[in-house]
Design a binder for this molecule. Structure first.
Ligand code: PLP
Length: 219
C-alpha cells in the first residue's frame, strides 16, 4: 500500500481529539512530502541532524517533533524551529533547552518522558522526579513549557502488561493536569499499540512503520 493509503486507514482509526505524529526517521524527504501532500503536518524524527536536514528542504508549516533521546550538545541546532520535544528525561536537558530557547527568543514546548516499561534500555523519569520538576525546577526555566507526558511501553506480546503501563502513565498525567493548566498532551502509542493507547487515554500517537513501511535499521 502507498503512504497515502496507509494514512487513510490509520486516520480512520484515530478519533479527532488525538494528534497523529508521522514518524519519518530514516525515510527520505520524498516520503515526507507524500505524507504532507496527504495533509500531514506533524512529523517525528529521532535524530537532530536528520531533522534539521529535512527541515531545510521541506515546507515551513511542518510541525517538527523530536521524539528521540536528545543529546544536550545538539539542542542548539533544533532550538530555532522544533515544535515539541517529547523525550525530556533530565534536569540537565531541561536547562539546556531553556538556555537555547532563550537565545532564540522563544518558549519551547516539551513533554517529560516517564519510565513505564520494565526494560533497562528505555529512558525516562519516575513519578517523583516529574513531580519535583513540575513543582520546583520549572520555576527557574521560563523559556520552557511542559505541556504533557510521553511514554513507551515494554516491547512485548503481553497486551495486559502494555495496557497496565499505559494506565500508569495516564493516571500520572491526570494528576499533573489537575495541578498544571499547561498540561494537555499525553504522547503514547506507536504502530503496534496505538489503538490500545487511545483506549487508555492517549492524545498523541507516534506512528512510523504503519505509514512509511519498515525501516532498514531498527531504531
Ligand atoms: C520509532 C519510534 C516510534 C514509531 O515506531 P513505529 O513502531 O514505527 O510506529 C514512536 N516513538 C518513538 C519514540 C520512536 O523512536
Amino acid at each position: 500500500m502507498s503512504i497515502q493509503e496507509n494514512l487513510k486507514v490509520i486516520q480512520s482509526r484515530i478519533p479527532e481529539h488525538v494528534t497523529l505524529v508521522a514518524v519519518s526517521k530514516t525515510k527520505p524527504a520524498e516520503d515526507l512530502q507524500e505524507a504532507y501532500d496527504a495533509g500531514i503536518r506533524d512529523f517525528g524524527e529521532n535524530k537532530i541532524q536528520e531533522m534539521c536536514d529535512k527541515y531545510e528542504v521541506l515546507p515551513k508549516d511542518i510541525r517538527w517533533h523530536m521524539i528521540g533521546h536528545v543529546q544536550t550538545n545538539k539542542v542548539k541546532y533544533m532550538a530555532p524551529f522544533v515544535y515539541l520535544i517529547h523525550g525530556v528525561d533530565s534536569l540537565k536537558l531541561l536547562k539546556e533547552i531553556n538556555k537555547q530557547a532563550e537565545k532564540n527568543n522563544r518558549v519551547i514546548d516539551v513533554l517529560l518522558q516517564q519510565f513505564i516499561a520494565d526494560e533497562e534500555t528505555k529512558f525516562g523519569l519516575d513519578e517523583e522526579e516529574i513531580r519535583q520538576i513540575m513543582t520546583e525546577e520549572i520555576q527557574s526555566l521560563p523559556n520552557i513549557r511542559v505541556v504533557g507526558l510521553m511514554g513507551m511501553a515494554t516491547f512485548t506480546d503481553n497486551e495486559n502488561q502494555v495496557r497496565n503501563e499505559f494506565k500508569t502513565l495516564k493516571s500520572n498525567f491526570d494528576l499533573l493536569k489537575k495541578n498544571h493548566s499547561d498540561v494537555s498532551i499525553l504522547s503514547m502509542g506507536m504502530s503496534g499499540d496505538y489503538e490500545m493507547a487511545i483506549e487508555e487515554g492517549s492524545t498523541m500517537v507516534r506512528i512510523g512503520s504503519s505509514i512509511f513501511g519498515n525501516r532498514n535499521y531498527p531504531i
